[in-house]
Design a protein around this ligand. Structure first.
Ligand code: AP5
Length: 228
C-alpha cells in the first residue's frame, strides 16, 4: 500500500464518513484497543467554542448551520494538536480531512514528520439512517463517551458506563434540519476524498450499516493489516 509506514513510525488512520456514520463511536473503540489517539476536529472545535477562543468564535455559527468551518482554522487547530506528545503513539483522525485542501495540508504535515497515512477508511452508510442515528445521540458530559437512545444505552439509565458521570449532553447541531445541511456539505466537499485516497492506494471501505460491534470487528482487522 502506498501509505504503509515502517514499523517505528507512528500510524495514521483516517475515518471518513457522513455525519452519524459512527466515526466517533468507532474511533473511541480503536483508541482503546490499539493505544492510538483519537483526534476529532469536531471535538476540538467544540472545545474552542466553549473556551471562547478566536477560532471558536469564528466557528460557532458555521457549526450551528451545519456548514464546514474554514480550512485555515481547522488545519491550524489540527496542526497544534498533532504536535502534542501523546500523538507520537499514532492517531485516528475522525472528521479530518473534510476537503481536498485539508487532505493536501495533512499530506504536507505528515511528510514534515516522516509519516504517511496507513489507511483512509470510508464508513459506508445510507443517508436516510443517519438522521435517526444523530437525533438519538447523547454523550457523557464528563468523559465524552457516546450513547444512543435506541442503539447504545448505558447499563444504568443516566449513568455513564465508562466514568460513572451522570450529566449527559446533546449537541446543538444534532437536529434534523442541521443534519440535512451537514449531509449536503459531506457529499459536496468530503465525499470526493474517497477518490483522492483511492488514487493514493490507501483507501479501505467498510459497510457501516451493521451493529456497532460487528463494524468494530471489521475495522480492527483493517487496522491490524494496515499497521503491520
Ligand atoms: P463532527 O463533530 O465531526 O460531526 P460529524 O462529522 O457530523 O459527525 P458526527 O459526530 O455527527 O457523527 P459520527 O460519524 O462521529 O457518528 P457517532 O459515532 O457519533 O463535526 C461537527 C461540525 O464541526 C461540522 O458540521 C463542521 O461544522 C465542523 N467541523 C468538524 N471537522 C471539520 C473539518 N475537518 N473541516 C471543517 N469543519 C469541520 O454516531 C452517531 C450516533 O449513532 C451515536 O449515538 C452512536 O451511538 C450511534 N451509532 C454509531 N454507530 C452505530 C451503528 N452501527 N448502529 C446504530 N447506531 C450507531
Amino acid at each position: 500500500m502506498d501509505g504503509a509506514n515502517t514499523a517505528n513510525v507512528a500510524p495514521v488512520l483516517i475515518l471518513l464518513g457522513p455525519p452519524g456514520a459512527g466515526k466517533g463511536t468507532q474511533a473511541r473503540m480503536l483508541e482503546e484497543k490499539f493505544g492510538l489517539v483519537q483526534l476529532s476536529t469536531g471535538d476540538l472545535l467544540r472545545a474552542a467554542v466553549a473556551a471562547g477562543t478566536d477560532a471558536g468564535k469564528a466557528a460557532k455559527a458555521v457549526m450551528e448551520a451545519g456548514e464546514l468551518v474554514s480550512d485555515q482554522i481547522v488545519i491550524d487547530i489540527l496542526r497544534d494538536r498533532l504536535g502534542d506528545a501523546d500523538c507520537a503513539k499514532g492517531v485516528i483522525l475522525d472528521g479530518f480531512p473534510r476537503t481536498t485542501v485539508q487532505a493536501e495540508a495533512l499530506d504536507e504535515l505528515l511528510s514534515e514528520s516522516g509519516q504517511k497515512i496507513n489507511a483512509a477508511i470510508s464508513l459506508e452508510v445510507d443517508d436516510a439512517a443517519m438522521v435517526t442515528r444523530i437525533s438519538g445521540r447523547y454523550t457523557c458530559g464528563s468523559c465524552g463517551e457516546g450513547y444512543h437512545d435506541e442503539f447504545k444505552q448505558p447499563a444504568k439509565d443516566g449513568v455513564c458506563d465508562k466514568c460513572g458521570g451522570t450529566e449527559m449532553k446533546r449537541r446543538a447541531d444534532d437536529n434534523a434540519e442541521t443534519v440535512e445541511s451537514r449531509l449536503v456539505a459531506y457529499h459536496a466537499q468530503t465525499a470526493p476524498l474517497i477518490a483522492y485516497y483511492d488514487g493514493k492506494g490507501s483507501l479501505q471501505k467498510i459497510d457501516a450499516m451493521g451493529s456497532i460491534d460487528d463494524i468494530a470487528g471489521g475495522l480492527s482487522a483493517i487496522v491490524v493489516k494496515a499497521t503491520a
